[in-house]
Ligand binder design. Sequence first.
Ligand code: NAP
Length: 335
Amino acid sequence: MQKSIKKFVLKSRPSGEVSADNFELVKEDIPELKQGEILIKAKFLSVDPYMRNRMNNVESYVVPFELESAITGDGIAEVIDTKSDKFEAGDLLVGIVPWQEYAVIDPKKVEKIIPDENISSTAYLSVLGLTGLTAYFGLLDIGDPKPGETVIISAAAGAVGSVAGQIARIKECKVIGIAGGEKKFLYLKNDLHFDEAIDYKKTPNIRKELRNICPNRVDIYFDNVGGDISDGVFYMLNNHARIILCGQISLYNLNRLSMGPRLYPQFLFHRVKMQGFIVYDYTDRFTNARDQIKQWILDGKIIFDENIIEGFEKLPTAFLGLFQGENIGKQLVRV
Ligand code: NAP
């Protein structure tokens, strides 16, 4: 194995839209393994919208990335050498790892993947990973879906949205997905079998379109994007509707938030409940949720797609692609 390895560090904090210039590829020597540590080789790395917020130096539920330090995120890696009793060489693990080809880590933030011939290991970064779990807890715990209710999902062809919509279908809801572009529109209708889909790039007035396809208005809104799309949905909420505030990707690159029309009267008139959540709130229930999602996959009730880009050096490209809507399903990079 080579002594010098590549890693991506945060070179500068973005002002507005994130760009490839905010990342820098640097080389460094691998440090000696100390007692309790493991040497890992990255296999797959996940790029996730929340990382954009970690690039800002602001207080949040996760600490900001430090300048000149490795970006970290979810990944799958193989153990190459170990001075820990928890892992053996050859083990596959999943958890928070640095954007490095090889890295020496303290194994506290990773767990072993038990190989399963029925499901690919990358599923631990997608449908059985944080995004699938986000869909599961957001929809079931906050949305509390009932048969016959109408559920709207934004960023519906993405990692979280595609799983949330399929779980809503399992719960016998009418599911409408909103996503950008014809390819995603067809994916929602033909592959995920959502009842209706909206290509927001071709639909100037979301509210009007929803009025046509939701005669009974909207009971649950799984919001991944915020902004104008969400404003359109808010006008169509039913009495006692629930808004699952999962993500606001359309706002992450803005320096200043537009305050827009104030829609709170809609929430008041319709007795709406809106709740934000972070998937880590549910850590102690991850194992049971994973078992349930896995069963749905084996029963053919959930399909999942991964958009895999080849090559460690493509990490920034893959990350930027999330904000251009390049992915269907979970965006990953094979190292
Ligand atoms: P994803 O949906 O796989 O990828 C992001 C998608 O967002 C893109 O493919 C794009 O799809 C859409 N998008 C990007 N910019 C947009 C814009 N300006 N307006 C409308 N849509 C836009 O990503 P994900 O990992 O599943 O995350 C989805 C959301 O969930 C994000 O907001 C993320 O922050 C949030 N999240 C929250 C938690 C939590 O614990 N609360 C956990 C994981 C993720 P289109 O082509 O359709 O535009």
